[in-house]
Design a protein around this ligand. Structure first.
Ligand code: MD3
Ligand code: FE
Length: 215
């Protein structure tokens, strides 16, 4: 199976903004270790569809690992140390997750990235993420690192206002996005996922976003 086929631009680097980069195929060497780690994670804290404060059920299913996990319900968005479904702490961040995030951050010029939160999103065909900013973290100085696996998605990269024009950026299996600095608070989202099954993951896309959420 030729995985490069699904990461046509492995090794390239796209500049989305002064402090926003896509490192094409950066996670490919880690995939063999990342996938079993996801399977263990979802046995303890399964993917679930959360409800937004506005009362909408998210089409993206999510889980978390690390000290802090991102959650939403009718009361709002927040980070918690406890998985509200299991009433247990979120699973620890697997070493391979932390290593991938740290190396990608360093490759993009953000040294010593120590994420305390990893939000894992699962997209099935049709799932989307509407334009939003990531602003529930305490420290906007740390970058965010995101790893895409499985089916390709079209990422929408906007500006500092919701109404700003967006740029469409394809994200493929193994791509890693890193954004910080002046790009940290840009609006972004994901277009409805097309069903183009991936040889390893089938009809799904998994995205991890690593953040420094606490103090
Ligand atoms: C933001 N996840 O969970 S991360 C999220 O693919 C989230 O699941 C998306 O947004 C996902 O909050 C997208 C990818 C990304 C890449 C580059 C960015 C987000 C970015 C550049 C600037 C701001
Ligand atoms: Fe986001």
């Amino acid at each position: 199976m030729n995985l490069e086929l699904f990461s046509p631009s492995a090794g390239e680097r796209d500049f989305l903004g002064p402090d926003a980069f896509v490192l094409r195929g950066f996670a490919l060497p880690f995939v063999g270790e990342l996938l079993p780690a996801i399977e263990l994670l979802e046995q303890v804290s399964p993917f679930r569809h959360m409800v937004t404060p506005g009362g909408f059920t998210m089409s993206v299913a999510l889980t978390n690992c690390g000290t802090l996990g991102w959650t939403t319900d009718r009361r709002g968005y927040r980070y918690t140390t406890i998985d509200p479904d299991s009433d247990q702490p979120w699973p620890a961040m697997p070493a391979v997750f932390a290593r991938t995030a740290r190396q990608a951050a360093a490759a993009a010029g953000f040294d010593n990235f120590e994420p305390d939160a990893c939000l894992v999103n699962r997209y099935l065909p049709g799932a989307r993420l509407s334009l939003h900013q990531d602003k529930n973290e305490r420290d906007y100085d740390a970058p965010i690192v995101s790893v895409s696996l499985g089916m390709s998605a079209v990422f929408l990269f906007g500006g500092h206002q919701r109404s700003d024009k967006t740029m469409k950026v394809p994200l493929h299996h193994g791509d890693v996005a890193v954004w910080g600095g002046e790009d940290r608070l840009r609006y972004h989202g994901v277009m409805p996922l097309k069903d183009q099954p991936h040889p390893l993951l089938g009809s799904q896309r998994i995205n991890f976003t690593f953040r420094k959420a606490g103090g």
